[in-house]
Design a binder for this molecule. Sequence first.
Ligand code: BDP
Length: 692
Amino acid sequence: DDGYDLWLRYTLAPAPQRAALHARATSIVAPGRSPLLASAVGELRRGFAGMTGVAPVMADRPAAGAIVLAVAGSRLLDGQALPLEGLGREGYVIRSATIAGVPVTLIAANGEAGLLYGSFALLRRAQMADWPARLDERSAPKVQLRVLNHWDNLDRTVERGYAGQSIWDWWSLPDWKGPRYTDYARANASLGINGAVLNNVNARPESLTAPFIAKAAALADVMRPWGIKIYLSARFSAPIEIGKLNTADPLDPAVQAWWRAKADEIYKAIPDFGGFLVKANSEGQPGPQDYHRTHADGANVLAQAVRRHGGIVMYRAFVYSEANPDDRAKQAYADFKPLDGRFDDNVIVQVKNGAIDFQPREPFHPLFGAMPRTPLMLEFQITKEYLGQNFSLAYLGPLFEEVLRADTMAHGRGDTVSRVVQGKVDPYRITGIAGVANIGVDRDWSGSTFNQANWYAFGRFAWDPDASSAAIAREWAAMTFTPDPRFVTPAVAMMQRSREAVVDYMTPLGLHHQMATGYHYGPAPWVHALARPEWNPVYYARADASGIGFNRTASGSNAVAQYAPPVAAFYADPKTTPDEELLWFHHLPWDYRMRSGRILWDELALRYQHGVAEVAAMRRQWAALRPYVDEERFAKTAAFLTREQHDAEWWRDASLAYWSSLSRRPLPAGVPAPAHPLEHYQSITLPFAPGN
Ligand code: BDP
């Protein structure tokens, strides 16, 4: 098994269950002709054919064991009293029911999208062997926009992509729409993902030219029957580069007219185009500040262009510049908080989960809860740029969950990031979650089987930000491998600990951004001479002979003050700051006494060691799961775990070699001396690393 089928494998169920499954999927009744409905029916047939060996027949009226798909108002639902209210167009109800005297499984919804999602939910139950005698399930997405961000370039390289080239074959589009696009759409629809931004936020202007609009339109045609809208990243200076204007000033009428005309052109080709994603005035990208305008001015010019077509603008708050050297973590809040309420009503500001950059662990971004009049869209990174990229077995469910459950205390206890994002803390007109995709042309899509779990978890959390990472892992493991609990239970336990292992062997106790320059793979805590201060790992760890950590309290950068007062107070004191975030907020002496009773130096060293030990434990665990896994996926995962173990030891040894050159303290018992002198680690470079 090369992993191509993801979690939609639909393998033949074991004989005893097969007959029971078939008895519940004898036929499909699905009046109507919409493309969404056709997708739902096609998938149900494919799925049950795979699992039972017999495709359900299409029927006009229910017979025993039929699966009945019907939207509200259908006569098939007469007398059923279904709780469809409040489900929106995408929610669904699945029920064991009796229609015309025969037992059926009913999938009902207010719109065809709901029937599609309900069909996948039923297939999930069948795949997990979790189909109770009386089905009664009701679900609706808690977030409107559930969007993948592809950082895919027009030349098919993928920024921070570790799964091969871009799946968008721009060169052969729009003429050739390969089957992989449909499989991509199916996989997303199975999770409820309803949007895809096709191109990199570091956007090329060409993506908005007529030939590329035609290519995007071809992809939109493939996605539409699966409930997915497409979006494009827009380069702010496009009016100059492709419009031949001499400015991109958002307040210039000619610029405004250009964006309107461009939007009209796009909507002509793609009537349901979702809108634009914008990265402006960040990492060299042009933006409104080039013209002394605000980010609100910048967002609004695009928003006005798409608004009459029903489009939106996702405007990123990932901004930092040399002008703000005292603490990079503070800049997004400093730039955006004063603009609260100044964005047009079809703008949503997209905020990374933490204030720096997709680190193995970050405290939640202080903008969450701080923008009552501006909808905020949460951005996660699914591709593991800073977490070992391809090779680490790092399930991100616990990371997503930790961020979503973090309490912003915006107005009081319980105002979690999840509730902010759902628009329940402040009433948002638009709600959304974005994930930077980890998808490429590799046969297994994501570079490794376990990386698929992160795509899966992203989609499930976007649907329900209050979901549980463990429950999601169980679904994924059961569908991707086998529902046999002898596999699922230990595999899930391993997944649940896997991200913490990465935190421990890379950046324990709140350390961050210690990765090598450029490709961000492997340790480089000593780097100090890059042009901008905040590009250097030493900027973040602030380690010297006296101690380690970034003082973000009032005596330091005072970044803590960007949080609501109770959160600020909690993080201002090292005694209340959790160990996991300690050095994010505090600079502490090497002999600072930790909760464990150990001194900081010893605790730090032991955390690295713990991370390494966890990877060793995962390798053993994986070896024990061999009987349940096909040869190909077993071998690749085993090889990657071996690589991860090497990387974990490298991280531990390089980091401790460097820190001990500053702390001048002996390693505690149980932590081996680094295998090589510091200079060895400092001399390692990785030419041709992917994804830059
Ligand atoms: C950083 C990546 C960089 C992205 C940037 C972004 O290193 O490649 O362009 O984020 O989010 O994490 O724009």
